[in-house]
Design a protein. Structure first.
Length: 255
């Protein structure tokens, strides 16, 4: 496992920018994103139906780039988290985190003993099929793996300080559509209830030394989020970026 540049950057107080991948399961998408300047990509298993075999291919194609590959798993389950890490993910995003106990399970599933209980297999994809000092590999993986807890429910906001206090969680990421749904105000992102939830997440991150994350829809949205204190942003997702660029070009030609 190489040094996780995103984790190091966030720990130093910096900002990281990347994108979500939902649709284009191709051998070139990671290199395309890296060439465009993305520092990380989140390969999504929650909403795509992508299997671990697809994730394995996508993670493998990140090799030779500076792109940090992250995987959003569909649930807080050992077999999702540990397998994605074994396939070479440098970090994990987990949806619908609602309590400190759940956050602790994420850390437990992602870290090797004595920190957690991740099963041990070496000389496989996650360590580039290489030999070497196993104890050093364990320490490196425990140190470098990035763990992102999504706060996207009313319960998650209520318990956000306890979640943020869990050692090993690096980022609290707001899932804005789900949070608005859970609060009973679907898609009302300017509603005081939603904005209060956002502020509580930001405050918890500041208090506990964690980075706050968000997926922005466009440049103006992203700049506003950065100004508020978010430090890790996904600039939309592959399918929407393609569609927006194509739509804009065709409209210009027709106009």
């Amino acid at each position: 496992m190489r040094t996780n540049s995103i984790k190091a950057k966030l720990a130093a107080g910096g900002t990281a920018l990347g994108a979500f991948m939902f649709e284009f399961a191709t051998t070139g998408v990671a290199r395309l994103a890296a060439e465009a300047g993305a520092e990380f990509a989140v390969f999504d298993m929650e909403h795509t139906g992508w299997s671990i075999e697809t994730i394995r291919m996508l993670l493998a194609t990140c090799g030779g780039t500076n792109l940090v590959p992250l995987v959003r798993v569909p649930a807080t389950e050992y077999h999702f988290i540990a397998r994605a890490l074994d396939m070479g993910a440098a970090g994990i995003m987990v949806p619908m985190v609602e309590s400190a106990e759940q956050a602790k399970r994420i850390v437990e599933f992602a870290k090797y003993p004595p920190v957690g209980r991740r099963g041990a297999a070496f000389g496989i994809a996650h360590d580039n099929y290489a030999g070497g000092d196993t104890l050093a590999k364990i320490a490196e993986a425990n140190r470098e793996t990035l763990l992102i807890a999504q706060v996207e429910t009313a319960a998650g906001v209520k318990n956000v300080n306890e979640i943020a206090a869990v050692d090993g969680i690096d980022v609290l990421w707001i899932g804005h559509f789900d949070l608005s749904n859970s609060l009973g105000i679907p898609v009302q992102f300017t509603h005081p209830l939603f904005q209060d939830g956002v502020q509580k997440v930001l405050a918890a991150c500041q208090k506990h030394g964690k980075a706050a994350g968000f997926m922005c829809a466009d440049v103006a949205d992203g700049r506003a989020l950065l100004a508020r204190g978010f430090r890790i942003l996904a600039y939309s997702g592959d399918l929407w970026l393609y569609q927006q660029a194509l739509r804009a070009g065709l409209a210009a030609l027709r106009g």
